[in-house]
Write a protein that binds this ligand. Structure first.
Ligand SMILES: NC(=O)C1=CN([C@@H]2O[C@H](COP(=O)(O)OP(=O)(O)OC[C@H]3O[C@@H](n4cnc5c(N)ncnc54)[C@H](OP(=O)(O)O)[C@@H]3O)[C@@H](O)[C@H]2O)C=CC1
Ligand SMILES: CC(C)(CO)C(=O)C(=O)O
Length: 308
């Protein structure tokens, strides 16, 4: 079986630091973080605090010609993906396994279009409540990474990643139906990320206020309607499965989209409501709630630009 010895990460934010810190602790020099000179300078000057503990990773610039890694992990935002794909070019060889932890349902295809690499596994992180403020990240739980092959086989790549995760202590689940899993996560993000960003509400609001949570479910229901039409397997039952998950998250925790809004960053609305509306038009499924969420979040983004 393949053994993963060298790992590269691109994207040292909320998600990247949560899993990157475990990889760093266990693999030391064999774990590298790709970042531009400007980023490295910033990370080294200010340091990166993960749950108040300072971390110093092994940084490498995109230009440095290193041999391919056994595993490359993407943990940037969707809009940052095209640049990140270019920046890790020296780390991707024909046998390199790739994991993309980005939310949404398009990043794996984007990476495949660039590299035609046959070792891309589909993956996502769930039940993590990481919050990043500049160079500080806090979380009470790292949740787990769910992943798998598109054909749901227990391939050598899947088993090699399992062995690595067990070695470094990353909780994981090998999905028995990764398409369903990816759509389920997409449904969650469409529901909670977007409503929390508009309401500026941490998880505690949704845990205690039924009217807020009903709005989440109504946005999710449009994803279920699309899934039924496209055949990706979501049902009303999948909506109900999110309730115990949100209830476990820290009441003060915030979705990545709310964190983006608060930090004045561009959000991933194009990849959530934008995608829902695009698919709604294509498959003739009404998506009025996502149309409104798309408008509201786009306006919030525009207002941020004016106020900057
Ligand atoms: N936060 C969460 O709880 C969760 C997030 N996700 C998903 O994970 C993905 C990442 O989110 P999150 O971690 O919150 O995002 P963050 O914005 O916290 O982190 C992204 C990081 O990537 C860095 N970056 C961007 N482009 C490059 C590049 N070319 N080279 C090196 N570094 C780069 C950014 O650096 P810089 O700051 O210097 O620009 C930033 O530190 C998103 O798709 C999100 O939806 C999934 C589950 C939960
Ligand atoms: C599921 C959730 C809301 C937290 O892990 C997430 O994926 C995000 O914040 O982007």
């Amino acid at each position: 079986m393949k053994e993963i010895k060298k790992v590269t990460l691109v994207g040292l934010g909320a998600i990247g630091t949560a899993y990157g810190s475990l990889l760093h602790d266990s693999l030391n020099e064999s774990f590298q973080v790709v970042a531009s000179e400007e980023r490295i300078k910033r990370y080294e000057t200010k340091g990166i605090l993960i749950n108040n503990e300072p971390y110093h990773f092994n940084y490498i610039t995109p230009e440095a010609k290193t041999g391919p890694a056994d595993l490359v992990i993407f943990a940037v935002k969707n809009d940052e993906l095209p640049q990140a794909i270019k920046d890790v070019r020296h780390h991707i060889g024909s046998d390199t396994i790739i994991l993309s932890l980005l939310n949404g349902i398009s990043s794996e295809e984007e990476i495949y279009a660039a590299y035609r690499n046959e070792h891309i596994l589909y993956s996502m992180s769930v039940e993590i409540d990481a919050v990043r403020t500049n160079n500080e990240v806090h979380f009470t739980t790292r949740g787990r990474i769910e992943y798998g092959e598109l054909d749901n086989t227990l391939s050598n790549d899947v088993l090699a990643v399992k062995k690595l995760f067990e070695k470094v202590g990353i909780d994981y689940e090998i999905s028995s139906n990764i398409t369903h899993t990816m759509w389920w996560k997409f449904m969650i993000n469409v529901g909670i990320n977007q409503t929390s960003a508009v309401l500026k509400a941490p998880y505690g609001i949704f845990q205690t206020m039924p009217i807020a949570y009903e709005w989440v479910e109504s946005a999710m229901r449009e994803v279920v309607a699309l899934s039924e039409k496209i055949g990706t397997g979501l049902t009303e039952q999948d909506i109900k499965k999110f309730w115990p998950i949100i209830n476990k998250l820290s009441p003060k925790g915030k979705t990545s989209m709310l964190q983006d809004v608060e930090a004045g960053r561009k959000t991933e609305v194009e990849y959530f409501a934008g995608k829902v509306c695009e698919l709604g038009e294509k498959y003739k499924v009404p998506t009025p709630i996502n149309e409104q969420l798309y408008r509201m979040i786009t306006i919030i983004e525009e207002m941020t630009k004016i106020n900057k």
